[in-house]
Design a protein around this ligand. Sequence first.
Ligand SMILES: NC(=O)C1=CN([C@@H]2O[C@H](COP(=O)(O)OP(=O)(O)OC[C@H]3O[C@@H](n4cnc5c(N)ncnc54)[C@H](OP(=O)(O)O)[C@@H]3O)[C@@H](O)[C@H]2O)C=CC1
Ligand SMILES: Nc1nc(=O)c2c([nH]1)NC[C@@H]1CN(c3ccc(C(=O)N[C@@H](CCC(=O)O)C(=O)O)cc3)C=[N+]21
Length: 269
Amino acid sequence: MKASIGKSPGLAVVSVGKRRDSHTFIRIKLKACDEVGIATLIEELPENCTEHQLLNVVSGFNENPLVHGIIVQLPLPQHLDEEKIIDSVSPEKDVDGFHPLNMGNLAMRGREPLFIPCASKGCIELLLRSGVEIMGKKVAVIGRSKIVGLPTSLLLQRHHATVSTVHAFTTNPEKITREADIVVSDVGIPNIVRGNWLKPGAFVIDMGTNRIKDPSSRNGYRVTGDVCFKEATKVVSAITPVPGGIGPITISMLLSNTLDSAKRAFIFP
Ligand SMILES: NC(=O)C1=CN([C@@H]2O[C@H](COP(=O)(O)OP(=O)(O)OC[C@H]3O[C@@H](n4cnc5c(N)ncnc54)[C@H](OP(=O)(O)O)[C@@H]3O)[C@@H](O)[C@H]2O)C=CC1
Ligand SMILES: Nc1nc(=O)c2c([nH]1)NC[C@@H]1CN(c3ccc(C(=O)N[C@@H](CCC(=O)O)C(=O)O)cc3)C=[N+]21
């Protein structure tokens, strides 16, 4: 479906620099928007752009009534203050859910964020649609990044799971993961989670999207998760593959957040 700004939900994407992985993720997002009729605007800034330039671009999108969602693709080059940029996105257009107002409301029971980060929302959606009870379950979330690990832990707690967080300073992580009914991995290290880290029958969501060299593949690399899939499948009841698992679900949550934002704007312009 062809979408045009003004008649459709609108998503603005801001990209800085030339990271190959970021460009791949942006391409996937733009294609998905095109398929469902979400109009897109993309602003590509050079690697050496100033913070002032980037803030100006975000401010323009904040003011633009035809834009309902804004994403600033992360990570940003080191000279830019990531927190300052995230803070500058209007919370009403923060379809990534990374603004502290949305993240803070996610953390506090009884409050509702306007947007929930897409990967975390996708995780819950997957569990619910697979008929997995979350309430009272032991969940190990490996990783505590602001874009995936932390919001996933917060959201799982809102669904009354008992959540353990594993991070780079956790000693014996496998002791924690072996107890978990559900394991979510968001580390970025291929095969870090071995089959013997997992409880028999566990449900595993592998968020890792890692590029590893593979001379036999067309681009010279292939994408793999954090979990040793071959070992895990012998132990667990279900595991998401990479690629083709939680990644595409994350993208569909971005579409859903953008549509929600547009609906709010159409009702309360
Ligand atoms: N499928 C999807 O939708 C998405 C996938 N991703 C993918 O998820 C992965 C992680 O991304 P992101 O969260 O941005 O990465 P970050 O580097 O920001 O976070 C990685 C996390 O892993 C933890 N960690 C690092 N080493 C270890 C270790 N040896 N044992 C246990 N924990 C460890 C870090 O701990 P500490 O905090 O202590 O440093 C940190 O919390 C990447 O592969 C990325 O591509 C990301 C976003 C969405
Ligand atoms: N502001 C911002 N928002 C994000 O949501 C965001 C970000 N920055 N920076 C990077 C991470 C990563 N992320 C993914 C999205 C889709 C797939 C995805 O679709 N993966 C495909 C494969 C992709 C490939 O081939 O490389 C799959 O698993 O099938 C993966 C990872 C969103 N992120």
